[in-house]
Design a protein around this ligand. Structure first.
Ligand code: BYC
Length: 481
């Protein structure tokens, strides 16, 4: 079997030779109907019968892996796709550095590894649940199609993790795979595992912010898991990252197009002060200060996904060779971190202070710093759009101490610039830093669906180019009556 190309002859497309792996094939086939029930109950609401112009992976070769065609989402060919195996691959960090990469789960690390796979798996269906109602208010068919593409691929990422659970973790793995279909985003009794995945995605600006900020956490976590000495996990994550890139593109260009449209509308109306919120809103576009507030919310929620700044879990994952650093193999050090330190922001005597911690326990912080750097580059690209359109405004990432629920700053309040403030001051300032109910109601009032090919809602500019180079008028979704 050619491991680059995907076998579509079986019910579950794959490049892992499932046809000859009867036991795993049977387990996955047993899980499949429950998955489809979940998709039908919790997937995109109101569009299950529509034909959507989607890409499907036909190969895992980064060049030319995708095929585009109209598909009804429940008929999407969710498959199991791993990057090709490199026979010479080694464990590249931690206590086992230099050993041959593992093709089976090392017994001593079974519980840790299962936990990592389950946490990763849990986020994938959660995001589909969070976004399920957005199709109804899509600002164009182009955007609707991008939403559905993201959704089906998150579904496939769930398949990716479920394959690992079914193949490598026996009965426990099967039970975990069932649990992944049972938990629900935001459910009081059975919520998803991580905080940001139980929040609402109430409107399209939130969706774009989510795909920019939260999918970027996904990128960082997948990059770290792609370093894993457990080779099947590494290979799975490497292919997932190629899909993830499109999700971040949707977020970055989505917010960019909102900024573009707002700046154009302000210019046409002769509004020079971006803080004249009511005047800007009267044009039917989202004012820039509200976009900053949305960004403050999504960035701070996403920072929480990195766990505590100082974490023995993270040190154990690393020592065991299970979860590495971002671009581990490109870092010039001993890849064991025995004596290394890393600066961590902590609260010392009521002040935010940089303190050197053992680099091993500071791995969450390091990954979060790499993430912040990646986010900041994207925010600068947004600022270029604002600048080019002639508006006098800059977006800024808030301070890491701002609005946190996990880690060092969870019990204090800080402003977006990182000044510690009392509970009473926070209560007064909150509405100026995070979206208020009134902001939410305004944005919601803009969310009127546009479904004529080539047309866009007033609050967002059209994209520069179409998906798969399609022209502007292309009917990306054929909505079923
Ligand atoms: N919410 O040692 P600590 C994506 C718990 S997104 C709730 O600081 P650790 C995607 C933690 O479990 C990427 N609980 O944390 C994006 C621990 O509990 P125990 C998803 C939290 O373990 C968009 C305790 O607090 N992938 O792919 O070092 C759309 C102390 O924890 C949270 C991964 O996250 C939280 N935010 O780090 C679709 C990769 N944070 O052990 C998809 C896998 C911490 O005391 N996960 N806790 O019971 C990991 O690498 C790590 O488990 C974490 C946490 C980074 C999540």
């Amino acid at each position: 079997m050619n491991l680059m190309n995907v076998d579509y002859s079986t019910k579950i497309p794959n490049n892992v030779n499932l046809a000859e792996d009867r036991q795993v094939l049977k387990a996955l086939e047993g899980w499949h109907p429950g998955y489809l029930d979940w998709w039908n109950d919790m997937g995109p609401e109101g569009f299950q019968e529509s034909l959507v112009y989607l890409r499907t992976a036909v190969s895992v070769d980064p060049k030319g892996w995708a095929k585009f065609d109209y598909v009804r989402m429940p008929e999407y060919r969710w498959g199991v796709l791993l990057a090709p195996q490199d026979e010479a691959r080694l464990v590249n960090f931690g206590e086992h550095k230099g050993e041959k990469a593992w093709q089976e789960v090392p017994g001593e690390y079974r519980a840790m590894l299962r936990r990592l796979v389950v946490i990763q798996g849990d986020t994938e269906p959660a995001s589909v649940e969070q976004q399920r109602h957005l199709g109804r208010t899509a600002p164009s068919l182009y955007d609707m199609r991008n939403l559905f593409q993201v959704n089906v691929e998150e579904g496939r990422h769930l398949w990716a993790m479920v394959y690992l659970l079914q193949k490598y973790f026996g009965r426990d793995g099967r039970e975990e795979a069932d649990e992944l279909l049972r938990r629900r985003s935001g459910d009081a009794d059975s919520p998803r595992m991580l905080g940001a995945f139980n929040e609402k995605t109430p409107d399209w600006l939130s969706f774009f912010m989510f795909t920019f900020f939260t999918d970027r956490d996904g990128k960082m976590q997948l990059e770290s898991l792609a370093q894993s000495g457990f080779d099947p996990l590494s290979r799975t994550c490497r292919f997932m990252l190629t899909e993830e890139a499109h999700h971040m593109f949707v977020g970055e260009t989505g917010v960019g197009r909102v900024l573009q449209r707002t700046c154009e509308a302000m210019k046409a109306a002769g509004i020079e002060d971006p803080n004249q919120i009511e005047r800007v809103r009267a044009l039917g576009v989202v004012d820039l200060p509200t976009i900053q507030k949305k960004m403050n919310l999504h960035y701070s929620l996403s920072l929480d996904l990195f766990g505590s700044e100082v974490s023995t879990n993270a040190a154990n994952f690393y020592n065991a060779g299970l979860k590495g650093r971002f671009q581990e193999t490109k870092i010039d050090d001993d890849h064991r971190l025995t004596n290394a330190v890393y600066p961590v922001l902590k609260l010392v005597d009521g002040r935010i202070t940089r303190v050197d911690e053992p680099a091993l326990t500071a791995l969450n912080m390091r990954l979060r710093d790499d993430y912040t750097e990646d986010c900041a580059k994207g925010v600068e690209r947004w600022n270029k759009i604002i600048e080019k359109a002639g508006a006098n405004f800059r977006l800024e990432l808030p301070h890491t101490a701002f609005h946190r629920q996990i880690g060092e700053f969870r019990d204090i309040h800080a402003t977006p610039t990182g000044v510690l403030i009392s509970d009473a001051e926070w209560a007064k300032k909150r509405g100026a830093c995070l979206p208020s109910e009134a902001d939410g109601a305004f944005i919601e009032s803009l969310m009127q669906p546009v479904s004529e090919p080539g047309k866009f809602a007033n609050w967002i500019a059209p994209p520069k180019v179409g998906i798969d180079n399609k022209p502007g008028e292309f009917e990306y979704v054929k909505i079923a009556a």
